[in-house]
Design a protein around this ligand. Structure first.
Ligand SMILES: NC(=O)c1ccc[n+]([C@@H]2O[C@H](COP(=O)([O-])OP(=O)(O)OC[C@H]3O[C@@H](n4cnc5c(N)ncnc54)[C@H](O)[C@@H]3O)[C@@H](O)[C@H]2O)c1
Length: 428
């Protein structure tokens, strides 16, 4: 079968994950061109995907002059660039695999949706969790009537200490003013999207949210803490501090593509000496976590009432010791309780014989590691995108763009409620 021709825009971590899934693991795609202002990333695209030198571009404007040269784009630019780097490709008739969040405001959201519709383009938003076997099975069971009508959905997202630090406290998403996304939009647009998608026989009606920035703040820094761990923080303070950069980034670096990005080198090429030097001087990850200049909340709850009377609650927490997502869906005929990190959920029904319940377990843990990141969602979305482009229609995961729009609007309304302290209507 002919391979799908792809242009990669923003050749960083996420876009290359999808390109690898499509080209190497599924063997269904070929990268014909790449766009990134960073020459290191373009070189990577040449070395890793065989993109020709003449098809590497420093800006979208340069490639747009060539007209439509591929079937689709994978857009993995940072949050604030999603709209400006997607619209012109939709106008040229490209199908799009776009990283979340689509945008941080309603006007652009509707513009993207309408532009895709006007030009007959397919736009997949990387709500990768929907495409993981874990959440997909939950959706299939709900659609099959296994637990009856949804009464309540309760989800949590506990972001681990390391992930919180590297992305939202010291990292490139730590300021809404700069990156364009609130913490709820950057981290939990997945969860609010899941809630809308699982309960899409109805629509959200009223939203209330509370939370704040109360714990990872300068006032809560350990007594005597400095401003840069390796420069002016006393060893006895660092020893007790969970955010100490020595243990976090030098001894146990879990997501190495984040803290060394600012060196301008591929992370695997950065020497230990360069890492230490960067943390002591210009690297934002070298700063005291409590004294960074971020503006995000560190915990937030969102409560939703749907038009049919069902309800949902999502709880988000930064710097949890055990990271993970949980889900509890209660229906009129049964309930589902699951833990995504464990790859396991159970379905319960009332048992009239014992006045207790029966329980059936679904376990996806045995396939862990073989299916790609996000519990298999990274591979799942590329698989479904590929299949859709080849004319095979929507899967259970990739429902209409309206579901993605609803999930995003839900985030906007929740943040509005957080700021105003009042419940807000979903429909304006
Ligand atoms: N689906 C998920 O679960 C998930 C997980 C993590 C991140 N994300 C999202 O993925 C996106 C990318 O994150 P990342 O960590 O891969 O970022 P990244 O910094 O690794 O990659 C972004 C790339 O875009 C390039 N770039 C900058 N300006 C550009 C421009 N004008 N035109 C083209 N390219 C440009 C940068 O040089 C960089 O290589 C973000 O929006 C993020 O929120 C999604």
């Amino acid at each position: 079968m002919e391979k799908i021709k792809v242009v990669v825009i923003g050749c960083g971590d996420r876009a290359t994950v999808y390109a690898k899934e499509g080209c190497k693991n599924l063997g269904a795609m070929v990268v014909v061109a790449a766009v990134d202002p960073d020459e290191t990333r373009l070189k990577y695209m040449r070395d890793e995907f065989g993109v020709k030198e003449e098809n590497c571009f420093k800006s979208v404007d340069e490639i747009l002059k060539r007209g439509k040269i591929a079937d689709c784009i994978i857009n993995g630019t940072m949050d604030q660039l999603h709209v400006s780097t997607t619209l012109p490709f939709l106008e040229q008739g490209y199908d799009v695999l776009l990283e979340k969040p689509i945008t941080n405001n309603e006007k652009d959201l509707l513009n993207i949706k309408d532009t895709a519709a006007k030009h007959g383009c397919r736009l997949f938003v990387c709500h990768v969790l929907r495409y993981s076997p874990f959440y997909r099975k939950i959706k299939e069971l709900i659609m099959g009537g296994e637990i009856g009508k949804i009464v309540n959905i309760s989800t949590t997202e506990r972001v681990g200490v390391f992930h919180s630090s590297v992305a939202f406290i010291r990292g490139k998403w730590n300021k809404e003013k700069e990156c364009g996304s609130s913490l709820l939009l950057a981290k939990c647009c997945h969860d609010l999207d899941l809630i809308c998608w699982l309960n899409n026989s109805t629509v959200p009606d009223v939203i209330y949210s509370d939370g704040g920035r109360n714990f990872i703040t300068p006032e809560n820094a350990p007594e005597g803490a400095g401003t840069r761990c390796l420069v002016d923080c006393p060893p006895e303070v660092r020893e007790k501090c969970i955010f100490d950069v020595q243990s976090m980034y030098l001894d146990n670096c879990m997501l190495p593509w984040y803290p060394w990005q600012c060196t301008g080198k591929n992370w695997w090429e950065v020497t230990e000496e360069e890492k230490v030097e960067s943390l002591k001087t210009y690297n934002p990850h070298g700063r005291c976590a409590y004294k960074c200049d971020g503006d995000l909340v560190d915990h937030q709850n969102v409560s939703i009432k749907f038009a049919d009377g069902s309800t949902a609650m999502h709880s988000m927490l930064l710097s949890s010791f055990k990271a993970g997502r949980s889900i509890f869906v209660t229906g009129t005929l049964g309930e589902i309780e699951g833990y995504a990190e464990e790859g396991r959920f159970v379905v319960r029904h009332y048992d009239k014989k014992t006045s207790c319940y029966t329980e059936k377990e679904y376990n996806f843990n045995d396939k862990k590691g073989e299916t790609g990141g996000h519990f298999g969602g990274d591979r799942g979305i590329v698989q479904d995108f590929t299949s859709f482009i080849r004319g095979n229609g929507y899967s259970v995961s990739c429902t209409s763009i309206e579901d993605s729009v609803n999930g995003h609007v839900l985030v906007f309304r929740a943040d509005e409620s957080l700021k105003s302290g009042k419940a807000v209507k979903f429909a304006k």
